[in-house]
Design a protein around this ligand. Structure first.
Ligand code: WT7
Length: 653
């Protein structure tokens, strides 16, 4: 979704509770419990949550193997989990498969073939529906187009567009022929796109002329042209016509999607490439502690097992459901729960192009009513944003089709949870607060529909997932003691490496608890007396803004790339709607003219995209640093929030 403004804009003010620095998710009552209704229990796939968890944890590898057997394989695996080169774990080795075999091909033998795979609505009201059969044909046609452009197994293809059906088709077509996609979210801009193209060395870029958002267009092709000029790898650009605006088409480099799809080469028959379980599936870049984004790599075999099992169990997906994951295909939530998961389980999905509050703040609720959505999965920031408009907007609509609700991306504050539960869910729908990461592929901490819920907690790990909250020395924290959230055993949907940088993979995730062999999530959390996990926030220099994951270093490097800035530091401060807002401090270059806040914001927008634009930029003469030159963000944060700056003994000056 090509604009930060796809979510209702935040009022930039903080309540007294937030000003105290408490993350929005922690001001919770750990004893308040919502029990599932009889109706929810009788419909549920898994009726006994605790026992299922307990049994699966006795032998997670056996548990996951059983789930894997529910999918199709060209050839069965010989080893379920190979840990001989840990932490480079391998799952289902020897197995041959392709995610597309399970997402599309196998449905051609059942009634799912004729089922609607996607119902799509454009922001302007355009509609499109596509059956599994038709989707597979479009995918095959485009797969043949990609082949004709020389795309081969293992090649990387970058995809950069809005929420339209062609993004789904492009992803599946790439995977079908054994190539690897790198989807770059449409809200990113030139430098962010160029960097990701370069890191993946993509020779083909698939984009659109533009994308609709709030009645305006984001000029994706213009941004893509600039990024291609900067990165220097791309040989072909395929352009989907969506907005119809004028774009530059470079002869022999740029092609219209619809022209290519009309060529004889675009045959609807295309073999699915037989892949090893551990062959690369996609790269998805995410922010970490350094300026360079990390290319999280997922593979065919294990990923499909994690996402199909979690989707089926957590949202209890049934044939009669109409599933709406309101994320963007450009993020992991969209990869796993818009594209691959729903197709594998044979679900009917709804996909909406535009903003939740366009043309009025009831657009989403109108869509729920109009399409009879049964299961809705979104982010706390969207709920908080829509809550701000008041109850009258959802109350205008019949939301009785809804059965189960979900959230993801950041802690949900109990107030928003209760609003979602009462006003949207009619006190009837359980809320699945799912904790996971780009790296985990699918849900890790989450309730199932039958789970007794506590607003603000994702409850406990999914069956077969072994997690804990531990102290620095690895010992388990006492109830309610804050510690580091770790994953103690490998799981099929885990990332396999950081693309092109295996050392960073080891360093980032596996070095802190090396002797125990645990994965470090980067989050802090606590477990209450019932074993329910409460996420507190990130421990690294990652800021979650409206659910988006941004690295302070990336934004700082965008700021210092402006000629008038010599140094920059970025912090997150609590924000009522977005969870966090970005505040930046910049030291202007000596001698030159001082930049204005507006100029710097515009610069960040052009380089990184709207999602990274700081809410506030202050010009300063100095930044607080340690004697070794590290910026003391806690001092900046305390100052920004008007709090005591604490111990300054390690400060340089
Ligand atoms: C980080 C991962 C997983 C899809 C979207 C985010 C935070 C995620 C929750 C939740 C509290 C959450 C964590 C995590 N997070 N879900 N339900 N409750 N925090 O993926 O961009 O890779 O970010 O998002 O801090 O580490 P991501």
């Amino acid at each position: 979704m090509p604009d930060a403004n796809d979510r209702p804009a935040a009022d930039i003010h903080t309540s007294s509770k937030d000003a105290a620095g408490a993350p929005l998710g922690t001001a919770a009552d750990t004893s308040e419990v919502f029990q599932p209704s009889e109706e929810v229990i009788s419909a549920a796939h898994i009726k006994d949550w605790e026992k299922t968890r307990e049994d699966a944890l006795k032998d997670p590898v056996a548990f996951w193997s059983e789930r894997a057997r529910e999918l199709d394989w060209y050839e069965p695996w010989t080893t379920a989990l190979d840990d001989s080169e840990a932490p480079f774990y391998k799952w289902f080795t020897g197995g041959k498969t392709n995610v597309v075999l399970n997402a599309l091909d196998r449905h051609m033998n059942t009634a799912t073939k004729n089922k609607i795979a996607f119902i799509w609505e454009g922001e302007n009201g355009d509609q499109r529906t596509m059956s599994f059969f038709r989707l597979r044909q479009e995918v095959n046609k485009f797969a043949n187009v990609l082949k004709s452009m020389g795309v081969k197994k293992g090649d990387r293809v970058t995809i950069y567009m809005g929420r339209i059906m062609e993004i789904v088709i492009a992803m599946l077509a790439t995977v079908k022929i054994g190539a690897v996609h790198s989807v770059v979210y449409g809200g990113f801009s030139t430098e962010a796109l160029a960097e990701r193209i370069e890191d993946a060395r993509s020779r083909v870029l698939i984009t659109a002329d533009g994308a609709w958002i709030r009645g305006k267009t984001v000029k994706l092709k213009n941004i893509a042209d600039d990024a291609v000029a900067r990165s220097g790898y791309v040989e072909h650009v395929i352009v989907v016509k969506r907005t119809g605006e004028d774009v530059n088409m470079e002869a022999a480099r740029d092609y219209w999607y619809h022209d290519l799809m009309a060529l004889p080469i675009a045959s609807p028959v295309c073999e699915t490439e037989v892949m090893d379980a551990e062959d690369p599936l996609f790269i998805l870049y995410t922010s970490g502690t350094t300026g360079r984004p990390k290319g999280v790599l997922h593979t065919h075999g294990g990923y499909q097992v994690t996402i199909s099992t979690t989707l089926k169990w957590v949202f209890d997906i049934k044939d009669e459901d109409r599933w709406w994951c309101a994320a963007d295909p450009g993020w992991i939530t969209g990869h796993s729960y818009i594209v691959y998961g729903p197709l594998i389980v044979g679900a009917t999905s709804f996909l909406y192009e535009g903003a939740p509050d366009f043309p009025y703040p009831d657009r989403w609720w109108k869509l729920v009513e109009q399409y009879g959505i049964t299961t809705l999965y979104t982010a706390p920031t969207a709920i908080r944003g829509l809550m701000r408009f008041g109850e009258s907007w959802p109350q205008r609509h019949d939301l009785s089709s809804l059965r189960i609700l979900g959230t993801v991306g950041e802690p949900i504050n109990p107030e928003a949870w209760k609003w979602y539960h009462k006003v949207i869910g009619g006190d009837r729908c359980p809320i699945m607060d799912t904790w996971w990461q780009t790296e985990t592929g699918g849900h890790m901490i989450t309730p199932l529909p039958v789970t007794p819920l506590k607003p603000g907690s994702g409850t406990k790990p999914f069956p077969g997932i072994d997690m804990d909250v531990v102290r620095e020395d690895g010992s388990t924290c006492s109830p309610n003691e804050e510690g580091k959230l770790v994953i103690k055993q490998p799981w099929p949907g885990m990332l396999r490496t950081v693309y092109g940088d295996p050392e960073r993979y080891v360093q980032q995730y596996w070095s802190e608890f090396k002797s125990q062999g645990w994965y470090l999530t980067g989050d802090s959390a606590r477990k209450d007396e019932d074993g329910y996990i409460w996420i507190i926030g990130r421990l690294d220099d990652v800021i979650k803004v409206a659910g988006y994951r941004l690295g302070t270093a990336e934004i700082e490097s965008a700021l210092v790339s402006h000629p008038s800035v010599s140094e920059a530091a970025v912090i997150g401060v609590p924000d009522e709607v977005k969870g966090n807002a970005i505040h930046a401090f910049c030291i202007p270059k000596a001698g030159g003219a001082k930049p204005t806040e507006e100029v710097l914001k515009k610069h960040v927008r052009e380089e990184m995209g709207p999602i990274a634009v700081p809410a506030k930029i202050e010009l300063v003469d100095k930044l607080p640093k340690t004697r070794s030159g590290k910026i003391m963000r806690r001092v900046l944060r305390a100052k920004a929030l008007g709090q005591d700056v604490g111990d300054l003994s390690t400060m340089e000056d």
